[in-house]
Design a protein around this ligand. Structure first.
Ligand code: GN1
Ligand code: MG
Length: 360
């Protein structure tokens, strides 16, 4: 790896001499490295990322989205920490290596991240960070961005694809997952509702992050305040409430996203409330009442959607998500379905919490 990273660094003309590299293991799709150079005796670190072009078919469009969004944030919020992407001699913020892989390089921000936390103050800060991101971009027309993964959060289309792939069953795995397919089928209309309303233009198009896991917020090591939201790959036009729903889906789960023992999986209402406090404080003036009223349903819908994506990938032979063992995608599916069921059982409370926090 060392030699290929060194070659990438040369394309971006990074100053100093190559000193060290380490793999960063967060993330299910791209490959990420922290690379350190010695520049006039001082260590300076960068993040190098190889984009998974199976997931992202048009990486140049991603980099154009990133350019537009970061310019908007720089221009309107010049004093805030942002991500900086480096350019090659040709003036591109990416390059291809000799094997045709797509790379980019950005600044390394010294920080800490939380993969999971029980600290409601941190959870509130994660809510604040993602709410702030939505607010920062509320003046930017989401239609100006490429839809880099078409229908990424089109739940209705995702579910149709799942059932079509299950009918084809290329890997002969369907018989193992009939119970999961039956449950998803029973909630299909409910889970698809917001995506259909969005497609009918009944919910506003916004700039969405589309991967609002808590480990995509960098925190100051000392003050524990949020510094910046990272992972701009999936920035696209979309529904703000799905960003909200995806974030709480992840942070308020009492277990890991791929917990095999589903008796450990549930949706923690106190964590939900903490996230809502941080998030709604930031977005209150930029989102509509209808969006606020749909936050609980969005949480359920995105959880069903992710379960169906894991299940679809399982049925197709595990091509999209990295797996650590053969049934990993099935375990993930079952975990997300258990979570969705618990979210649904608490829907009245979820809606009441949003209302209460919004009125504070
Ligand atoms: C993928 O690779 P990572 O962890 O950033 C996926 C998200 C899922 C997530 C589930 C482009 O994100 O949509 O919510 O896994 N990203 C893409 O862990 O498909
Ligand atoms: Mg991501």
């Amino acid at each position: 790896m060392h030699d290929s990273l060194k070659a990438i660094g040369e394309k971006f003309n990074l100053p100093g001499t190559f000193y060290a590299c380490e793999t960063i293991t967060n993330g299910n799709v791209n490959s990420t490295y922290k690379v350190t150079y010695l520049d006039k005796g001082e260590p300076v670190s960068y993040i190098f990322q190889r984009i998974n072009t199976y997931a992202f078919h048009k990486p140049e469009e991603i980099m154009m989205n990133i350019d537009r969004v970061s310019n908007h944030i720089h221009e309107h919020f010049p004093d805030e920490q942002t991500l900086v992407f480096y350019n090659t001699d040709e003036g591109h913020n990416y390059c291809y290596d000799s094997s045709g892989d797509f790379w980019r390089v950005m600044n390394y921000v010294d920080s800490i991240t939380f993969n999971a936390t029980d600290d409601t103050a941190v959870i509130e800060s994660v809510g604040q960070a993602f709410g702030h991101f939505t607010m920062q971009l509320s003046g930017f027309d989401g239609n100006l961005l490429y839809e880099t993964i078409p229908n990424f959060h089109n739940t209705a289309a995702r579910l149709d694809k799942l059932f079509a792939d299950a009918a084809e069953d290329p890997k002969r795995r369907r018989s193992k997952v009939q119970a999961e397919l039956d449950y998803i089928s029973s909630v299909k209309d409910l889970a698809s509702d917001l995506s259909i309303r969005f497609n009918n233009k009944d919910l506003p198009v916004r700039v969405t992050h589309n991967d609002t896991k808590c480990n995509n917020v960098l925190f100051d090591r000392v003050t524990k305040k949020p510094l910046v939201v990272i992972d701009y790959d999936t920035i696209m036009p979309g529904m703000a409430i799905y960003d909200f729903g995806d974030a709480v889906r992840f942070i308020a789960n009492t277990a890991d996203e791929d917990e095999p023992d589903i008796s450990k999986v549930s949706f923690d209402i106190d964590k939900y409330r903490a996230f809502c406090k941080g998030y709604i404080r930031e977005v209150r003036d930029s989102i509509t009442q209808e969006e606020l009223d749909s936050m609980g349903l969005a949480t359920f819908s995105i959880t069903i959607e992710l379960a169906s994506r894991f299940l679809d990938d399982y049925l197709l032979g595990d091509e999209y998500f990295k797996i650590n063992y053969p049934e990993h995608n099935l375990v993930r599916t079952r975990c997300q379905l258990a979570l969705a069921k618990d979210i649904w059982s608490k829907m009245v409370q979820l809606n009441a919490i949003v209302k209460e926090v919004a009125e504070q």
